[in-house]
Design a protein around this ligand. Structure first.
Ligand code: KIV
Length: 246
């Protein structure tokens, strides 16, 4: 699984054979330039999910439910998740939290909306956690991650993201659950892996988490290409005869 926020990136990743495209609320940081994911709105995720849908033929599209779109009431949760499917074109939604949102997950699943869970470091709770930090090293935190994952499975979630948890904990949760786990900063023993595409391709370099592998350095490629373009326009080399209409 990789994140995508626009049709062009979705087309490239879909062509590469990615199984799942996540329209993550990480768009708040990597696309909108915010410090956290908290300012991301439902309208923004609907807008970007529609773009990703337009570029995708094959991959499963999962849309993140932003902060406060699934905590207030069951009615609002259903309406908001429904919009992500109906207007955005997603096939499933992702929600952060475990026991605290299990009833909402159950409700969505009961009416036919597939839900992916997300436990461990849940970035929408950054202020409660005291920063973006790994979660689950202390025994009580590890038990919370395991119990939250169990409750999500019981509520009908079809998969669960484990973010920034110790590898041994991720391995134990993966062995216990029947649904697939998808790890990010959670070691090699999860059933699947996810990365933020802007991290994986070296586009977002404001902060590179330790668990990220940069499969390309597209940020550098783009900056170099832009410098070349600027120089060629300034020197008059571009547009030359081959790029001009007669
Ligand atoms: O918003 C996001 O991109 C995510 C992934 C990091 C799992 O939730």
């Amino acid at each position: 699984m990789l994140t995508a926020y626009d049709a062009t990136m979705a087309r490239l990743l879909d062509r590469a054979g990615i199984d799942v495209l996540l329209v993550g609320d990480s768009l708040g940081t990597v696309i909108l330039g915010c410090d956290t994911t908290l300012p991301v709105t439902l309208d923004a995720i609907v807008h970007h999910t529609r773009a990703v849908k337009n570029g995708t033929n094959r991959a499963l599209i999962v849309a993140d439910m932003p902060f406060l779109t699934y905590q207030v009431s069951a009615a609002e949760t259903v309406r908001n998740a429904g919009r992500l499917l109906q207007k955005g074109g997603a096939a499933a939604v992702k929600m952060e939290g475990g026991a605290a949102i299990a009833d909402m997950v159950k409700r969505l699943v009961a009416i036919g909306i597939p839900v992916m869970g997300h436990v461990g470091l849940t970035p929408q709770s950054v202020h409660q956690l005291g920063g973006f930090r790994s979660f689950g090293k202390r025994p009580e935190e590890a038990e919370k991650v395991a119990e939250d994952a169990r409750q999500l499975e019981r509520a009908g979630a079809f998969a669960v993201v484990l973010e920034s948890v110790p590898s041994s904990l991720a391995a134990a949760v993966t062995a216990e659950l029947k649904i697939p786990t998808i790890g990010i900063g959670a070691g090699p023993d999860c059933d699947g892996q996810v990365l933020v595409s802007y991290d994986a391709f070296g586009l977002f370099d404001a902060f590179v988490p330790k668990f990220v592998k940069q499969y390309a350095k597209l940020g550098e490629v783009i900056t170099e290409a832009a410098k070349e373009y600027i120089a060629e326009v300034q020197s008059g080399q571009f547009p030359g005869p081959e790029h001009s209409s007669r």
